[in-house]
Ligand binder design. Structure first.
Ligand code: 8YV
Length: 312
């Protein structure tokens, strides 16, 4: 079968690039020194785009790809894809749901544990030889505490189940109340006021940009901790830094940032923040399953079969 031309918008791992190269003529837009020249040269041929969860495909770029048929996202979050524009132009979009749910939920519950029990600081304390001089300070228990999930989708529910196993009570906020046993808060600020841990698990994009703002952080309060495994865009990072610096909130556990991989120096300096380099889905097993979905969705499309995990 003839290889279809594809545009690669993100740095992708080898185990994904190999099968992509076997089926497509891949043009590396991400690493191209002269992106405009690359588009001028091959834009007219491109029939597929492959991108990551955090990457963005702006409309002006897509407008230069008149033969584009499908965009395959190596990630569950497709906030970087202009989905309405794709629908209007008959362009299919796929993502990688479900296969990463458990790993991302593990990361969220690890951040809850690391922030509550001060595990990162405790590790540093021991490596520094400080145990010989005295005991590590007491931390905070999880059992009996209230966790508020923002966005009770598949990942949000998997996080809630894990936190229940730690003896926590669960509440949630989202657009609609769901048929679950957990307490619903129609107001995000009220949820923040009620909980000890506010865990962000909603999609990114314009609809949720800076949902967690100064007002929500003030409501979370000095005994509250913010956890974010969703998208950096959901949290007003400037307001979060101020809240961490001033003790408006007790701490934060973050896997995602507004401008990755750039993390503001002021945030790096916050001792009350546990920071991870967007590794929520970063296991061999899950990334391999995600890569398979990317490749199989493209193969299904170009052989006229139904898509495995369509967004539209
Ligand atoms: C990945 C993600 O880190 O699924 C998502 O939306 O952001 C992550 O799982 C990313 O897509 C892989 O580069």
């Amino acid at each position: 079968m003839e290889k279809t031309p594809a545009l690669i918008l993100a740095p992708l791992p080898d185990f994904l690039m190999q099968p992509l190269l076997a089926a497509h003529v891949c043009h590396d837009y991400f690493h191209a020194a002269d992106k405009a020249a690359l588009l001028a040269q091959v834009g007219g041929e491109i029939r597929a785009i492959v991108m990551a969860g955090g990457s963005v495909a702006p409309v002006p770029l897509l407008e230069q790809l008149p033969r584009l048929e499908i965009m395959s996202v190596f990630g569950v979050g497709y906030d970087g894809v202009p989905v309405d524009w794709c629908k209007a132009h008959g362009i299919r979009v796929t993502n990688t749901p479900d296969v990463l749910t458990e790993d991302v939920a593990d990361t969220a519950s690890a951040l809850v544990l690391m922030t509550s029990r001060q595990l990162i600081a405790a590790n540093r304390f021991l490596h520094a030889g400080s145990w010989l001089k005295g005991a590590f300070p007491l931390a905070h228990a999880l059992h009996g505490k209230l966790a508020g999930i923002v966005g009770l989708g598949r990942i949000g529910k998997a996080i809630a189940r894990r936190l229940e196993a730690h003896g926590m009570r669960i509440a949630y906020h989202g657009r609609t109340q769901q048929d679950v046993g957990w307490e619903y808060h129609a107001s995000l600020t009220e949820l923040a006021r009620a909980v000890d841990y506010l865990v962000v698990a909603c999609p990114g994009g314009a609809a949720t940009k800076h949902l967690i703002n100064a007002e929500v952080l003030a409501a979370l309060g000095s005994k509250g901790t913010l956890i974010n495994i969703a998208r950096g865009s959901v949290v007003d990072e400037g307001a979060l830094i101020s809240a961490l610096q001033n003790g408006t909130i007790r701490g934060a556990g973050l896997d995602v940032f507004e401008n990755e991989p750039q993390v503001p120096e002021a945030l790096l300096q916050c001792a009350n923040a546990v920071l991870l380099p967007h590794l929520g889905s970063g296991t061999h097993e899950t990334r391999a399953a995600m890569a398979r979905l990317v490749v199989e969705n493209l193969a299904a499309h170009f052989s006229g079969q139904p898509l495995l995990t369509p967004v539209c």
